[in-house]
Write a protein that binds this ligand. Structure first.
Ligand code: SF4
Ligand code: SF4
Length: 470
């Protein structure tokens, strides 16, 4: 079988996949145990939109039995890349890696729609590459929010006159700061708050732990409370913190949409910024970014053009903030926490649970706070439908998946009516769940766990700690 799109030479799909190291697809024994955990299969009830169905399609392409035609590409595009199927699979099929490689081949060998080309060139290849442009975009959105237009559109009859997807996007808008977090702290060494106490309580042999803090692209200019709170926590846990000013976007959105070339560029930039031997750990507070940073080696299959770098050395240092803090229970206990009773709901981000395989420690950490009872959502491990820019490129299916999530929020809240907060550790999920809750008028605030932890922390004698705007 062969493909022949304009401006491309005729190449067999088998040939295209040969260089992609795809043998792991043979691990799939077609048992179907992953089907019941797949959000798109649950919504669409079509085998092609299940993990097994998509693996059949990918295998067909790999073996040259199928062509890169729309009926094959569409189900692969509808996948959320949530990787719940990986957690369910007893055979260890690396579904996410296979899908991302396939999407890379699709992008390089098929024409894109106008909408995709605009999104890709304006956002992924343009905006996310330049911090100055991100700051400008953040300022524009901040001014837009200050005009009150988003509220006018979502809360009055005006919204009824506009397309549903546009109204929903108003709920999705991030809380923009108009400034770059990494530029604010660029390359300063931010010292621990209680250096003596830290030395006294920690079992770590080293006198100082130095960590690098990853700030991302959208997060770098929005939801500033998340990064500020992460910084506060790290300093209270005795770390020296550095925010490298030359770091960039992790490239996750690019990899999920097939743009592996731009993602490689970002990977090399971040490797240089976080020269791993300078740090004991590289901290992330966005589950999606963390998963991507830990999988950079997938982008460099051979030992040329970046493949010779020490990706494993870098990846081994990357750790989510909650996983990191949970390693120091004695420090957690030594800090002073509020003790009033609070019930909080918890949603597990897919890329923390299914990609990074981190679930129990964050929940235990939050549950161990004095007075706090953590209640996971009824379907905490299911995707919320955010999935990078999925909510922009597949708005209908994304909204259907979100509807299930808001329903599970509603059910969990009915059983826990005193809860006022829901916590989730990925900004994409936070925006999406917050939008779902706002559009359904559910009375809950959605917080990142780092922000919640700082809210519970009694901060004493810390005049040098940055003020947190929540
Ligand atoms: S990644 Fe998620 S949406 Fe895609 S096949 Fe797996 S479970 Fe389904
Ligand atoms: S991906 Fe895993 S669980 Fe799903 S059909 Fe294949 S072997 Fe079975």
């Amino acid at each position: 079988m062969s493909i022949n799109f304009s401006k491309k030479t005729v190449v067999s799909t088998k040939e295209l996949f040969r260089q992609a190291e795809f043998d792991n697809i043979l691990k799939c024994v077609h048992c179907g145990l992953c089907l019941e955990s797949c959000p798109t299969y649950r919504e669409l009830e079509d085998e092609k939109d299940s993990p097994r169905g998509r693996l059949y399609l990918m295998r067909g392409l790999w073996e040259g039995e199928l062509e890169l035609e729309q009926s094959v590409i569409d189900p692969l595009s509808r996948c959320l890349d949530c990787r719940a199927c990986e957690s369910a699979c007893p055979s260890g099929v690396p579904y996410g890696e296979l899908l991302e490689k396939t999407r890379g081949i699709i992008l390089e060998n098929t024409p894109q729609s106008l909408k995709e080309r605009v999104l890709r060139n304006l956002l992924l290849k343009g905006l996310f590459r330049y911090t100055s442009m991100m700051i400008v975009a953040s300022r524009i959105l901040k001014i837009y929010a200050a005009t009150g237009l988003p509220k006018l559109i979502t809360k009055t009859f005006i919204g009824k006159l506009l397309p549903k997807s546009f109204v929903f996007q108003q709920h999705l808008l991030p809380n923009c700061s108009g400034e770059s977090f990494k530029r604010k702290y660029a390359d300063q060494i931010l010292s621990p708050v209680f250096p003596e106490k830290t030395l006294h309580t920690t079992k770590i042999k080293k006198s100082k732990i130095r960590v690098g803090l990853f700030s991302g692209c959208i997060m770098d200019v929005s939801e500033s409370a998340i990064h500020e709170s992460t910084l506060t926590l790290l300093r209270h846990f005795g770390c020296e913190v550095v925010v490298p000013g030359n770091q960039g976007c992790c490239g996750a959105l690019h990899v999920h949409s097939g743009d592996r070339k731009t993602a490689r560029e970002f990977a090399l930039k971040n490797l240089a910024a976080f020269e791993p031997r300078h740090f004991d750990a590289i901290i992330t507070n966005a589950a999606g970014c963390g998963a991507q940073l830990k999988e950079y080696h997938h982008l460099f299959p051979d030992e040329t053009n970046g493949g010779e770098q020490d990706w494993i050395g870098f990846e081994n240092k990357v750790i989510d903030i909650l996983e990191f803090l949970s390693r120091f229970p004695e420090l957690l206990e030594s800090l002073s926490w509020r003790e009033d009773q609070d019930i909080v709901l918890y949603d597990a981000p897919c890329h923390l649970m299914h990609a990074q395989k981190v679930d129990e420690n964050p929940r235990q950490l939050l549950n161990s706070l004095p007075g706090v009872k953590l209640v996971p959502l009824k379907e905490s491990s299911w995707c919320c439908g955010s999935a990078g820019i999925y909510n922009l490129v597949q708005p209908d299916l994304s909204r259907d998946v979100l509807k299930r999530k808001t329903e599970s929020v509603r059910q969990t809240l009915t059983e826990n009516p005193k809860a006022k907060t829901i916590i989730t550790g990925n900004p994409g999920c936070l925006y999406q769940i917050r939008a779902g809750i706002r559009s359904e008028n559910i009375d809950l605030r959605v917080l990142h766990p780092a922000v919640y932890l700082v809210e519970r922390l009694k901060i004493l004698g810390t005049s040098d700690i940055p003020k947190i705007a929540i």
